[in-house]
Design a protein around this ligand. Structure first.
Ligand code: AHM
Ligand code: MG
Length: 346
């Protein structure tokens, strides 16, 4: 073999090996360029989230073959939605995984009315995990894409009354956020405020391996992603925007029923995802603390934007744990286009 091809071969092998060795926990430490206690905490927290993701992915991959995995439990959650067995399983997975971490004293999720305390962790556990264990629940029984969304905040104050009111703060207080996407492969995308990075689960290693660093969302994309079944319930300004994309060449609709996968597409290829308010639900469907704020943190870090149509999502201060917000998120130009219709309408 010619010297040149040999060098090329060893170069690509090295790069491949280098990449194979960039696990999530190592990446977090690299990002922070430190082995300080804070950096170690964040690395351990991300490692735990990855473990939860692996457990959920493992169950989903065999869901159709096992008893008691798919379908509803018969319960209705705090949001008034029917609970699926996978929602309960995934919710419990995060609790179990963080019980053992020592770092997290409180967890708050879509599936629990009140925050869940882990008293044995509270003397040292200065972090709170906010999460949506299964995003896109309606896709569960049809073997379609699903997600988990997470956000980590530092506990402010002593929370003596046990009401976790310090969580009612703007999304800019998040110290880490991201999502796990259960698709043909399982991916984890995260930010700690230093760009956005994606990892793919290598099932043969059981590790999330770095896929792409410093992802940048395109300034504009052709995709608009929204449930048009709600058309007649939206404000006229949103209807006008949709009429605009219908009559303008170069737009294409994509909507999967799981916003983690829709927003992942927008992150990589550009475009906009919307879940506006409706007449029945003026605040929309999505929850601020564990759905829209973490995704807004990711998209902002990738160079995009997320707004309610009125206020940047990361500036919205929650007034209650399960607060909802409308969401317009994605490429800067596409979010601005939607906003221009909202402004015209007022
Ligand atoms: P969920 O967390 O209960 O699954 O709800 C969130 C999901 C989003 O992933 C998705 O975009 C939206 O709800 C779909 O709702 P709809 O069926 O109203 O379009
Ligand atoms: Mg959800």
């Amino acid at each position: 073999m010619a010297q040149e091809s040999l060098e090329l071969l060893s170069d690509t092998t090295d790069r491949g090996l280098d990449r194979d060795c960039t696990t999530l926990s190592r990446h977090v430490l690299q990002q922070l360029q430190s082995f300080s206690p804070e950096a170690q905490d964040l690395s351990a927290l991300m490692n735990r989230i990855a473990l939860a993701g692996k457990l959920v992915a493992r169950r989903l991959s065999r869901a159709g073959l096992m008893e008691g995995v798919l379908g509803f439990t018969g319960e209705v959650n705090v949001q008034g939605e029917s609970v699926k067995k996978m929602d309960v399983y995934a919710n419990d997975v995060f609790i179990s995984v963080f019980k053992q971490s020592g770092l997290v004293c409180r967890l708050a999720s879509e599936e629990m009315e009140e925050p869940y305390y882990i008293p044995e962790n509270c003397p040292i556990g200065r972090y709170t995990l906010l999460y949506d264990p299964i995003d896109g629940s309606s896709n569960t029984d049809t073997n379609l894409s699903l997600g988990s969304i997470f956000s980590i905040r530092k506990q402010e104050g002593d929370d003596l009354d046990g009401k976790a009111t310090d969580l009612l703060a703007a999304g800019r207080n998040q110290i880490a956020a991201g999502y796990i996407l259960y698709g043909p492969s399982t991916m984890l995308v995260y930010t700690i405020g230093r760009g956005v990075h994606s990892f793919t689960l290598d099932p043969s290693l059981g590790e999330f391996i770095l896929t792409e660093e410093n992802i940048k969302i395109p300034e504009h994309g052709s995709v608009y992603s929204v449930n048009e079944g709600n058309f007649w319930q939206w404000d006229e300004s949103i209807r006008e925007y949709i009429r605009y994309v219908h009559r303008t060449e170069g737009y294409t609709a994509r909507y999967s029923g799981a916003m983690v996968s829709d927003i992942h597409r927008v992150l990589l290829q550009g475009g906009v995802f919307l879940y506006p308010g409706t007449v029945e639900k003026p605040e929309g469907k999505l929850r601020l603390l564990y759905e829209t704020a973490p995704l807004a943190f990711v998209i902002e870090q990738a160079g995009g934007r997320a707004t309610t149509g009125d206020t940047e999502i990361l500036d919205v201060v929650a007034t209650k744990l399960h607060q909802r917000t409308p969401l317009i998120i994605g490429s800067k130009q596409d979010v601005a286009k939607v906003e221009s219709f909202i402004k015209k309408g007022h």
